[in-house]
Write a protein that binds this ligand. Structure first.
Ligand SMILES: [Zn+2]
Ligand SMILES: [Zn+2]
Length: 813
């Protein structure tokens, strides 16, 4: 999209809500296009902005010139701009910051771009075909490489980016991008092919002949692949090239986030249930916007449905977006999709290096990929024409981003599908109450997979009442005899065991035996968790850590008792109980290093792990046919959260983790230990009875006017000064009530709850308060907050108290 006049609309990456008009000087006009970044003056600063298009608001006073155009190609297309605008408006977030959040971090590289002169540039310097400005730049670079942002200073005049781009195009200079120390320039590799014609081969040595043979057989081949066949290839190809046998070409290659080769597969024959679901969705691919909710029991073959619908979408020349809640699952999804669709896949998630993300984003922009698989941020993949957006495990709360731009990728998938007039496909074995309600009220179309593939049975779930273990000491208190026996049986059959406890660390509660006080974090109102391997007490909220040998904060005693449970303790105990078993643990402590998750999953797949202990990371979507026993150590941890979704989360988590058992040819079983054997979330999970859970839960929501019967916006107020924070919270509460009273016709139905202190009253030295706004009508509620924001900008932009607007909050703690 080119810009017609010399006025452009720019969203600036600073916290202001509206966009600005800038003018474009003549010499930059050819480089301006929507979706590119520009450098603009803003107050006394120079900041990055994003071109949204031509500005209608031209000719008014005090319009400033842009200083530079930062990109050669747009970073996003016109279709994305309306999406960004919707997000900015709905989540009450500044437009420039929305775009900044959407773009992969690796793209913000301008300040680190570095320039070097090429041989052609040196040549040009000798001639007179260049203008004086170009000569000045080349002359400077001739004395050594220079950072782009140092260039103007060294030359003592502003060097426009357009001039650099033109020198670059002529091949006089080379621009590389550097990110901090690490270079993220595009990776080039040498490729070899046979020269045409090939000189006589009879005098070639044996190894040289071998290279020629490979080229005859395989055609063009990369250096790295050639080396795999002939380790000494580097030396040999040089000689072969000099003697005229080979052609050499430099090609851009993409970093592959995956190490292993993947064998191609063909679509299997679907069962009748899958077939009917695929047909129904494929039929609507050309009929505009539709959202499907695919409810399929664990192990029912949802991924195969995704892939077959995706294949149809690609046939129509449109792109496919696949969102997956966690990196570990992306790896699996990616493998399945790669086996089916080959190299047309881009992967986007936070586990990639900046360079890798930059590559993936470029591949999408250059239309070298038409399927993107990723975590929540993949919703921003810059495809010009999306035909299908899949959200796997749509109930998962990790689709909600909990900092900065607080969006929910599941909800945005539906919004983007609507803006693109295409299909959104939300899948889960345990759909969110919200999505089920949308299906029942006909906003979504529900499709079901009620049986596991090949009619495998769902695992049998047995409940163990932990209250009966209270009298036991030691291991039996948290690994009941029934579970212990089941683990033994499973190991005897050479099958695998998954043990689930949604809490990491060794002991989650440290109590001083002298003064009786719990050991708390220095910065948070949270008790510290003991980690055995690190030999330290750690705070799970702010990362604070203190040596395990340290004394009580309050009385200085060294007698600190470590109580409670965590995955680390389970792992240690299992080692003691089953010394011959190969035990591994999967939680945030063991998976912090890049590649660690993949390694653990591979261990499960290759059966080099007999027992895997883990947090909710193990509950999600994994498919390992040899796991036949799942032990839930304590089902109650999430039940006691002061949050209206506690029941929903508990049910989903238990049903999901139970679903990991018996996915192969052996039937699975689940042992669920709990202190609340009569709680309806636990009973429903035992019976895997989603309908009964839904009906109980929806009645509770209705009675208390919670979502889906209302919408919520939470104002989170926090600050380091407790009194000031409290004062600010109360002031904001008063403003809410005043606004409601003054506009009772529009806002009369909105409930203002609070301010109250948050359940977690202090985190990372900040005292926390909250106000919850509830409304039956989304438009009125949003209007209310927009007006509140407009009329109280000093409260919302206080220098010492932060007020964050969380639209459709997921965590109320
Ligand atoms: Zn003490
Ligand atoms: Zn802390």
């Amino acid at each position: 999209m080119t810009v017609e006049n010399s006025y452009i609309e720019v969203a600036v990456a600073v916290p202001v809500y509206h966009t600005f008009t800038y003018s474009v000087p003549q010499y930059l006009l050819p480089f301006v296009a929507a979706g590119k970044r520009v450098l603009v003056p803003f107050g006394r600063r120079r900041v990055t902005g994003y071109i949204l298009g031509s500005s209608q608001d031209c000719g008014t006073a005090e319009i400033k010139h842009i200083l530079d155009v930062l990109d050669e190609q747009p970073l996003f297309g016109p279709a994305m701009i309306s999406f960004f605008q919707w997000i900015s408006d709905y989540y009450k977030h500044p437009m420039g910051d929305v775009i900044k959040n959407a773009l992969p971090g690796g793209l913000t590289l301008y300040d680190y771009a570095s320039l070097t002169i090429t041989p052609q540039g040196k040549q040009a310097l000798k001639g007179d075909a260049i203008n004086p400005f170009e000569r000045a730049v080349l002359k400077l670079l001739d004395s050594g490489p220079c950072r782009l942002n140092h260039l103007s200073r060294k030359l003592n005049q502003v060097v426009p980016g357009a001039l650099i781009q033109s020198l670059e195009r002529k091949g006089h200079i080379l621009k590389t991008r550097e990110l901090r120390q690490a270079s993220i320039k595009t990776r080039q590799e040498r490729f070899f092919a046979l020269a045409d014609p090939v000189p006589a081969l009879d005098r070639l040595s044996k190894p040289r002949k071998k290279i020629i043979d490979i080229l005859v057989k395989q055609g063009e081949i990369s250096m790295s692949e050639l080396k795999r066949h002939v380790p000494t290839a580097a030396r040999l190809v040089r000689a072969l090239k000099n003697d005229g046998y080979l052609k050499v070409r430099h090609k851009r290659v993409y970093r592959d986030p995956f190490g292993e080769p993947i064998r191609a597969d063909n679509p299997p024959v679907l069962n009748a249930e899958q077939q009917s679901v695929v047909v129904q969705i494929v039929d609507s691919l050309n009929n505009g916007f539709t959202t499907f909710l695919l409810q399929g029991v664990t192990g029912s073959g949802k991924t195969e449905v995704y892939m077959q619908v995706a294949a149809e979408t690609l046939k129509q020349g449109k792109s496919v977006l696949v969102l997956v809640p966690e990196i570990a699952l992306i790896t699996q999804m990616e493998r399945r999709f790669r086996a089916r669709f080959g190299e047309r896949i881009a992967v986007l998630h936070s586990g990639l290096s900046a360079g890798e993300r930059y590559d993936q984003w470029s591949r999408i922009l250059q239309q070298k990929a038409d399927i993107a698989i990723g975590a929540r941020s993949a919703i921003f993949a810059p495809f010009p024409e999306v035909g299908l957006i899949i959200v796997d495990e749509e109930h998962d709360s990790s689709y909600k981003q909990e900092n900065n731009l607080r969006y929910n990728a599941r909800d945005l998938a539906v919004v983007r599908a609507k803006l693109n007039d295409c299909v959104a496909l939300l899948g889960s074995a345990t759909p969110s109450i919200q999505s089920c309600y949308n299906a029942l009220s006909k906003k979504f179309i529900q499709v079901n997979l009620q049986h596991r593939i090949e009619r495998r049975p769902l695992p049998a779930i047995k409940i163990v009442d932990l209250r009966e273990s209270l009298g036991y000491r030691g291991q039996q208190r948290f690994i009941a005899p029934l579970l212990q026996q089941a683990i033994k049986d499973t190991l005897d059959h050479r099958q695998q065991v998954l043990l689930f406890l949604n809490r990491r660390g060794f002991a989650n509660f440290a109590l001083c035996q002298s003064c009786g006080q719990p050991q708390r974090c220095k910065h948070c109102d949270i008790s510290l968790t003991y980690h055995q391997k690190a030999n330290a007490f750690k705070c799970h909220y702010c990362g604070f850590s203190r040596a395990a040998t340290s004394r009580c904060d309050i009385c200085g005693s060294s007698k600190i008792k470590k109580l409670g449970l965590g995955t680390e303790k389970i792992e240690t105990t299992i080692h003691k109980l089953f010394p011959d078993a190969r035990v591994a643990r999967m939680d945030r402590d063991t998976t912090a290093r890049k590649g660690a998750i993949v390694k653990l999953l591979k261990g499960l797949k290759d059966q080099t792990i007999d027992i895997l202990v883990g947090t909710q990371m193990v509950a999600k979507g994994h498919d390992f046919p040899n796991i036949t026993l799942v032990g839930i150590i304590c089902a109650d941890l999430s039940l006691s959260f002061p949050d209206f979704r506690a029941g929903e989360r508990t049910f989903q988590l238990l049903a999901q983790v139970a679903g990991r058992a018996g996915r192969g040819s052996f039937p699975g079983r689940v042992i669920l230990q709990t202190y609340n054997p009569d709680h309806f979330s636990i009973l429903a999970a035992r019976d895997q009875d989603f309908d009964s859970f839904y009906h109980q839960e929806i009645n509770f929501r209705k009675a208390l006017n919670y979502p889906p019967f209302s919408r919520m916006i939470q104002l989170k107020i926090s600050g380091k000064d407790p009194a000031l924070t409290q004062k600010c919270a109360h002031k904001l509460g008063d403003r809410c009530r005043t606004l409601k009273t003054l506009n009772s016709s529009a806002f009369g139905t909105i409930e203002v709850m609070g301010p109250i202190e948050s359940s977690l009253t202090k985190i990372a030295r900040r005292y926390r308060w909250q106000i919850l706004l509830k409304g039956r009508h989304v438009r009125a509620l949003h209007q209310f907050v927009s007006q509140l924001l407009a009329e109280n900008s000093t409260v919302f932009h206080h220098s010492r108290v932060r007020v964050v607007i969380d639209v459709d909050p997921v965590s109320l703690l």
